[in-house]
Design a protein. Sequence first.
Length: 454
Amino acid sequence: MIGGGPGGYEAALVAAQQGAEVTLIERDGVGGAAVLTDCVPSKTLVATARSASLAAESSALGVRIDGKAIDPSHAGVDLTFVFDRIRGLAAAQSADIAARLVADGVEVRAGNARVVGPGIVEVDGDATAPIAYDTLLLATGARPRELPDALPDGERILTWQQVWNLTELPDHLVVIGSGVTGAEFAGAFTALGVQVTLISSRDRVLPTQDPDAADVVEGVFTRRGMRVLDHARASSARVEGDEVVVTLADGNRIVASHALVAVGALPNTEGLGLESVGVRTTASHAIEVDRVSRTSVMGIYAAGDVTGVNPLASVAAMQGRIAMWHAFGDAVAPLDLSKVSQAVFTDPEIASVGVMPSEVESGAVAGRVYTQQLASNARAKMQGTDEGFIKLVVSPDGVVRGGVIVAHRASDLIHAISLAVSQHLTADEVAATFTVYPSMSGSIAEAARRLHVV
C-alpha cells in the first residue's frame, strides 16, 4: 500500500485479514491528510465553533451567569488551547490507527514511495532495498489546489492544511472559494468571532448542494455577521506588510489580515512512477479506476482522492476494502455511489443521500418530493434551532430514493434515510417505524407520512 489514509489503512487491514503479507508506506503519518490536516482537525474546529455559537446564543434560552445574560461579544476561544487540542486529537487518532495496523501484522514504513517497474516499489530512492509486490494499492490522496496569483505563504495566505499554523485568530479572514471546505471554515471562524468575507464565484454558497439547503446556510452566515460576496471571483491575493490584499475580477479590493484559499484539490500522482508500468490517468491527472478499484494494470488498484471518484473519507475506505476483497477473491459488490451519504459540516449541517430533489424537479428522475420544515418540530423549538428542513424523495410507487437534511447534526440524522435508500424501503415503511418524541428524527417520519401512496 502506498498511502496511509483511509483508503490505504482500511485496505491494509482487509489484506491482513485475508492472510496476506502487507507493507504500508506513508510519507506524512498514518491516517494521512484525513486524520492529520483535514477531516479530523477541521471537524474538531467546527465542533469548537458550534460550542461558541451555543454560548453566544444561549441567552435566548434563558441561560444566565451571575444573574446576567451572556454578552455574545464575550463568547470567545483560546486559539492556542484549541489548536493544541486539535493537533493532539489528530496525533492520537494516527497513533491508534498505527497500533491497530501493527497488531494485525501490517508492516508500516515511513517515506516516499514510487513504482519503479512491474512488481517493484522503491522507498525514498533506496534502490538497494526495493519492495516486491504481487498486489499494489495506490492511495496517495490529494493536495490543495493553488491559484497562481494567490500563492500561499503559510502565514498570511493559507491553504486549509496550513490553517493550523495560526497562532492567533485573524482580525479579518477572506475565504476564497465557497464549496464545502470554504463554507465550513468560513462558518467556523465566524462563530469564533472573526470577521469573515466569503467569496463565491457562483450565485450562492455551496453550489453543489441542494439550492434550498444552501440558501438556509447562507442566511445563517449573513445573520451571524459574515459578508458573502456572490458572483465574485478573486483574481489575486498578495501580502502587503501585515495585510493581505485580495483583488476581485471586477477590480474591487478587499484588505484583510489573512486569506484562506479553498478552490479544490489536485490528485497526488506526480512522482509515483505510474508511467513505468502504464497506469492510466485522467485529464485531471487522477488515476483511472473501475467500480472494484482496478487500474488499467493488472494487480494494481487505487483508492481515495487520488482517483477523483468522490472526495470523501468513507468512499476512500470503501474503495480500499473493495480492492482487497476483489484482489484476494472474497465476495465483493462494486462501489455504488448512489448510496453514498455525505455531509457539509456547517452550522446547521447539510446531509444528503441518493437521488436529489433537483433531479425530480428537473424531470430527469420520476418521483415526488416532500419538504418538512423543522420550525414545526417540538425538539427544534426546545433547542432554539428552527432553521432547516427534511426533504424526502420517493419513486412513483413510494420507494424512498433519496433525501436532504438541513439541521444540527444532520450528518447523524441522514443515516435513517440512507438505510431506507439502501434497503429499498417505502415511505409507508419509514412512517410506520417508531421514533422518539420529542426528537428531530420525528420529522423524517412525518415527511414519510406526507408521501403516503393511497
